[in-house]
Write a protein that binds this ligand. Structure first.
Ligand SMILES: [Mg+2]
Length: 146
């Protein structure tokens, strides 16, 4: 089974950094356009071990699937830097940066959004991270049996 996992607010804590940056510098409307924003996100609780477990499980063919912030050219590099920092180089080879997630073939997409970046046309099943069904990584792991 091909399984994709989103980055922002699924593996890395975009919202926390966004809220902190907005409090600190309210005049900056898009803190995600600042140098270092994406590289310095904190991991979501349980994400690193869960993603490693999916990757290690022979029944899953695992990829990270993230849409870019196209107005921030740095985000393409910083996402890659983040993946190596927290998951290691092997995961860099599993990183797909794509603005239309519906173009990718696969069975499962774990994402906090079910539309907006092509999720609505993804042909597999979407596990909406943060929803009542999948509020956290423990719930996802239990569904995936890993
Ligand atoms: Mg996201």
């Amino acid at each position: 089974m091909i399984i994709y996992v989103d980055m922002d607010d699924v593996i890395c804590d975009f919202q926390k950094a966004f809220n902190e940056a907005t409090l600190k510098n309210p005049q900056i409307k898009y803190p995600q356009s600042q140098y270092g924003f994406f590289a310095n996100l904190e991991p979501i609780k349980g994400a690193i071990s869960a993603v490693s477990a999916i990757n290690d499980c022979p029944k899953y063919d695992f990829y990270i699937l993230t849409a870019p912030s196209p107005r921030n050219p740095l985000c393409y590099t910083e996402k890659r830097v983040w993946v190596e920092k927290y998951l290691g180089y092997d995961f860099v080879e599993k990183l797909i940066i794509c603005s239309n997630k519906g173009l990718l073939k696969g069975d499962i997409l774990i994402d906090d959004y079910i539309s907006g970046k092509g999720q609505e046309s993804f042909e597999g099943k979407i596990f909406q991270f943060g929803s009542a069904e999948f509020p956290n990584w423990d719930a996802v792991r239990s569904e995936l049996k890993i």
